[in-house]
Design a protein around this ligand. Structure first.
Ligand SMILES: *Cc1c(COP(=O)(O)O)cnc(C)c1O
Length: 401
């Protein structure tokens, strides 16, 4: 262990499928919102592992839950009852709907896969074969073949055709197109209330309400993909709660267990009975370790009111960014809610800004040529925002020189 960065890079280049464009940094330790690399350099983590590390790195309560569980029991299969899974399902139901039931998987893609299978089975049980699912252009729902088919990014489809049929994409916030697309053959509408991978685009209340009422009109199910926007990140526990709608199915994953792999799909009373014994399952899903970590994570979010902190500190972050936008012609737009934020540049400077931020010890995420995204831990403080903004402003200045 304790390899140097160039040794790790050498192994990676020889033995790892090259599916990721990696930054030449290897972190070895984390503490709260701080990360430390192989050289001992400290960074402010404004990314949280793509929105995963919601209660901060090395959180004592999550560590204790993992260690305690690891020392007791790791796996028995879903052929037997699993206490932390039952406990977690109750905690989640209490956040969304009474009578809601969960299924646990291991990732966001798998959670969405489960939601889409559930929607098909629901209509099948009602004696209907509904083949159409409406999704949003630009959306991201995962990398399995079905969730790739749901993902509204045609450039990602080409090498993997044939896709799973039945997906129809409508432009973001085009209420009329959505309304026209939903008909009696529609099984479900799937939406990210805030499109994350596309660059933090907020779906309007009007669009989400139209999705709800079109589904009601045609008997279709509304699925909210909260894999990125859930767990308090946007200043509500789930982003859909900002717009006064209630989906039938909600998926989550990224922030649910602070870094231990997990995915969850929760469905309301109307459709949660659709999947019965043998219809769906997972060897690892809902295991002891992941569910214990998730219970500790959710308890920490609730007890420390990190949802309010996401709203307060996120509001401060967005204010400060808008201030910077006012004095900096390179910033075209600041988008976001709570601690889910993107900076849209007027030019293709995101790579340079990203490098500049890393040099300043601020970890952010570049999306495409002209967007920087921030999804920091929900424990972020205003003083951290000031540090991040100083680094970012310098990085932008350096990028346009
Ligand atoms: C990340 C993400 C997924 C996929 O999650 P994985 O755990 O990578 O499979 C799905 N939907 C949204 C909105 C995401 O942000």
């Amino acid at each position: 262990m304790d390899m140097l960065l160039d040794e790790i890079q050498d192994y990676d280049s020889r033995y790892i499928m090259q599916t990721y464009r990696r930054t030449p940094v290897a972190f070895v330790r984390g503490e709260g919102c701080r990360l430390y690399d192989t050289e001992g350099k400290e960074y402010l983590d404004m990314l949280g592992g793509i929105g995963v590390v919601v209660v901060g790195h090395n959180h004592p309560r999550v560590i204790a839950a993992i260690c305690e569980q690891a020392g007791r029991l790791l796996h028995t299969s879903n052929l037997f009852y699993i206490e932390p899974q039952a406990h977690l399902a109750k905690l989640i139901a209490e956040r969304i709907f009474e009578g809601g039931r969960s299924f646990f998987a291991n990732s966001g893609a798998e959670a969405n896969e489960g939601a889409l299978k559930l929607a098909r089975k629901y209509h099948y049980s009602n004696g209907e074969s509904r083949k159409k699912v409406i999704a949003v252009s630009g959306s991201f729902h995962g990398r399995t073949l079905q969730t790739l088919s749901a993902t509204g990014q045609p450039d990602k489809w080409e090498p993997f055709k044939p896709l799973v049929p039945g997906f129809v994409h409508v432009p973001m916030n085009d209420t009329r197109a959505l309304d026209e697309a939903v008909d009696a053959t529609t099984a479900a509408v799937i939406v990210e209330p805030i499109l994350g991978e596309a660059g933090v685009h907020i779906l309007t209340d009007e669009f989400l309400k139209a999705a709800r009422s079109a589904c009601d009109r045609e008997g279709a199910l509304l699925i909210a993909d909260e894999v990125q926007s859930g767990m308090g990140r946007t200043g509500k526990f789930f982003a859909f709660q900002q717009s006064g709608i209630l989906p039938d199915i909600v998926t989550m994953a990224k922030g649910l267990a602070n870094g231990i792999p997990i995915g969850a799909v929760i469905a309301n009373e109307r459709c949660s009975g659709a999947l019965g014994p043998g219809d769906h399952g997972s060897t690892f899903g809902g295991g002891f370790l992941a569910c214990s970590a998730a219970v500790a994570t959710v308890d920490t979010i609730l007890e420390n009111d990190l949802v309010s902190n996401a709203s307060d500190t996120g509001g401060y972050l967005i204010d400060r960014l808008q201030e910077l936008e006012g004095s900096c012609s390179s910033i075209a737009e600041v988008r976001g809610r709570g601690l889910m934020v993107a900076i849209q540049f007027a030019d293709r400077i995101a790579e340079k800004v990203f490098s500049g931020c890393m040099d300043h010890g601020v970890v952010v995420n570049r999306i495409g040529d002209d967007i920087i995204r921030m999804l920091p831990p929900l424990t972020l403080e205003k003083a951290d925002v000031d540090i991040a903004l100083a680094g970012l402003a310098d990085a932008i200045e350096g990028a346009v020189e």
